[in-house]
Design a protein around this ligand. Structure first.
Ligand code: KIV
Ligand code: ZN
Length: 416
C-alpha cells in the first residue's frame, strides 16, 4: 500500500479493536469484536487492527475470526519485536485475505533505559530482526517506534531507515503519551520524512494519544507534514485519554477540505450508527457533547439558534447532520427555546396550533422547562391539550403522567 506524499488519499487505520479495546471498561468478547469489525468494514476503513495475539488466547481468537470473516480491509495484528509475538500474530492472521503484521519497539531513551533496559544498538538490532521475521509471513509490515515523539531525532532517523531497509512498508511515529503540539507534529513528520533517505519506500503514519486533548489536531498536522495513514478509533477510545477519534479526523478533512485537501474511503453517513454500536457493545455511553456523534452535536435548544436553524441550517451547522448519520433538525424544547421552534414542533406533531394560541403554548413550554430539563413530544401534547381543555372546560390527561421522572428528547432518535 505504498503511497507517495503527493497523494491526497489518507489511509484510515482503525485501532478501536486493539488500542481502544485494551482501555479500561472497553474490553469486548470475541463475537462483539467480530460484529464491530463487520461494522468497520461497512464504514469503509482501510485497515482494521484486530488485536494483539500474544496478549491472550481471546485476542488471538478474535484476530483469527475477523481475519476469516472480514475480507475487504487489511487485517492487522500487533506484535512486539520478538519472535514468539511475530509468529503468534502470523498464525492468527493466517485466514486473512489481506494481512499486516504491526510490530513495535520503543525508541526514546526514557523507554530504552528505564523500561526496557537495553542499549540503542540492541534496540536497532531487535527492530531489524523483527521486521525481517514479519516479512517472512507477509509483504505488508508496519513498524511503530513507540514514544517516537520523545525520541532523539538522529537515532529515530537511523531506526526508520533500517526498518524500511529490512522491509517495513509502513512507518508509524506514535505520540504515545499525547505530549506533542500540532505545529511540532507537522515539523516532526516533515523532518523525519525529509531526512530518511529511503522514506519514499514507505507510508508514514500518525498514532496520536489525547492526553492534552490534541490527538485529532496532531493527526491532521501529521498529515500536513507528510503522513498518509492515521491510526484512529471510533469515539476516540484508547489507552488513558484515548486515541484520535476517527469521526473527527475524517469530518475535519471533509468539512475543511479547503485547508486539509485530503480524502478517505469512509462512508460518513454510517458514522453515527457505528459509534452507537460501539457504545452498546462496550456498554459505555458517548458523551452528549462529543463532536460529530454526541447526541447534542446537532441539537439546538436556545431560541436564537433554533430560529436561525429553521431559517437556514447553515447559520449554526457546519455540516449536515445526515452526512454523519444523525437526524436533521434536532430542535430540543426547554426553557431556552423560542416560539418558532415550539410552533414547528407542534406542526410536526399535528397539533394544529393556531396563531392565536402559540403565545400561550410557548409560555407554558418555558414554564414547564423551568422544572424539567427537556420538554418532550408527550409533554408538548399534554401542554396543548391542557390549555385547550382549560378553555373549553373539557378535562384532559394530567401533564405529569410520568411522575416527573423522565427526560424525553424530541425530534430525533436517542443516542446511547
Ligand atoms: O501508543 C502507542 O505507541 C501504541 C503503539 C503500540 C503503536 O499504541
Ligand atoms: Zn497507542
Amino acid at each position: 500500500m505504498a503511497m507517495p506524499t503527493e497523494s491526497t488519499r489518507v489511509v484510515i487505520f482503525d485501532t478501536t479493536l486493539r488500542d481502544g479495546e485494551q482501555a479500561p471498561g472497553f474490553s469486548l468478547e470475541v463475537p462483539a469484536k467480530v460484529q464491530m469489525a463487520r461494522a468497520l468494514d461497512a464504514l469503509g476503513v482501510d485497515v482494521i487492527e484486530a488485536g494483539f495475539p500474544i496478549a491472550s488466547p481471546a485476542d488471538a481468537e478474535a484476530v483469527s475470526q475477523i481475519a476469516g470473516e472480514v475480507r475487504r480491509p487489511v487485517i492487522a495484528a500487533l506484535a512486539r519485536c520478538r519472535p514468539q509475538d511475530i509468529d503468534e500474530a502470523a498464525r492468527a492472521l493466517a485466514p486473512a485475505a489481506r494481512r499486516r503484521i504491526h510490530t513495535f519497539l520503543a525508541t526514546s531513551d526514557l523507554h530504552l533505559e528505564r523500561k526496557l533496559r537495553i542499549s540503542r544498538d540492541a534496540c536497532l538490532t531487535a527492530i531489524v530482526e523483527g521486521v525481517r521475521r514479519a516479512r517472512q509471513s507477509t509483504d505488508d509490515v508496519e513498524f511503530s517506534a513507540e514514544d517516537a515523539t520523545r525520541s532523539d531525532h538522529d537515532f529515530l532517523c537511523r531506526v526508520v531507515e533500517a526498518a524500511i531497509a529490512a522491509g517495513a512498508t509502513t512507518i508509524n511515529l506514535p505520540d504515545t503519551v499525547g505530549y506533542t503540539t500540532p505545529d511540532e507534529t507537522r515539523e516532526f513528520f516533515a523532518e523525519i520524512i525529509g531526512r530518511v533517505p529511503n522514506s519514499d519506500k514507505a507510508v508514514f503514519s500518525a498514532h496520536c494519544h489525547d492526553d492534552l486533548g490534541l490527538a485529532v489536531a496532531n493527526s491532521l498536522a501529521a498529515v500536513a507534514g507528510g503522513a498518509r495513514q492515521v491510526e484512529v478509533a471510533i469515539n476516540g477510545i484508547g489507552e488513558r485519554a484515548g486515541n484520535a477519534a476517527l469521526e473527527e479526523v475524517v469530518m475535519a478533512m471533509r468539512v475543511r477540505n479547503d485547508r486539509l485537501p485530503f480524502d478517505t474511503g469512509i462512508r460518513s453517513p454510517m458514522l453515527f450508527e457505528t459509534s452507537q454500536l460501539l457504545a452498546r457493545l462496550a456498554n459505555e455511553p458517548v458523551q452528549a457533547n462529543k463532536a460529530i456523534v454526541g447526541r447534542n452535536a446537532f441539537a439546538h435548544e436556545a431560541g436564537i439558534h433554533q430560529d436561525g436553524v429553521l431559517k437556514d441550517a447553515r447559520t449554526y451547522e457546519i455540516m449536515r447532520p445526515q452526512d454523519v448519520g444523525q437526524e436533521p433538525e434536532q430542535l430540543v424544547l426547554g426553557r431556552h427555546s423560542g416560539r418558532h421552534a415550539v410552533q414547528r414542533r407542534c406542526d410536526a406533531l399535528g397539533l394544529a396550533v393556531a396563531a392565536g394560541e402559540i403565545d400561550q403554548v410557548y409560555r407554558a413550554v418555558i414554564s414547564f422547562g423551568e422544572h424539567r430539563k427537556i420538554v418532550g413530544d408527550g409533554d408538548l401534547r399534554r401542554i396543548v391539550e391542557r390549555l385547550r381543555s382549560d378553555t373549553t372546560g373539557t378535562p384532559s390527561a394530567p401533564d405529569d403522567a410520568n411522575g416527573g421522572q423522565h427526560v424525553e428528547h424530541v425530534g430525533y432518535g436517542h443516542g446511547v
